[in-house]
Design a protein around this ligand. Sequence first.
Ligand code: FES
Length: 106
Amino acid sequence: MSGGPAYADAGPASLAPGTAELRSVAGRAILLARAGDGQYHAVQPECSHACLALAGGRVRGSSIVCPHHGARFCLRTGRVLGPPAIAPIAAFPTRLSGDRVEVWLL
Ligand code: FES
């Protein structure tokens, strides 16, 4: 290994479509979500509105709705799709490796 950036293991590809859960990836908390179309996405676990946890938010299609004040973010890009958030959240590339999900932590 070069020690440079690389895909890191994010655990088993065990999520049902339309769900999300906190995972630890290389010692860092990320929110792993599986969109309605079956694609896996990884985003920062805090909402950009009031820095509260996105975990527990509903996955709708390829977006997640913050459980606190209802901001909606695109799981693919992290951009804001609905208020009250203004700033995007970080979104990380994912890929499947066998029955595991891997995340590229930027
Ligand atoms: S903390 Fe997420 S919408 Fe307010």
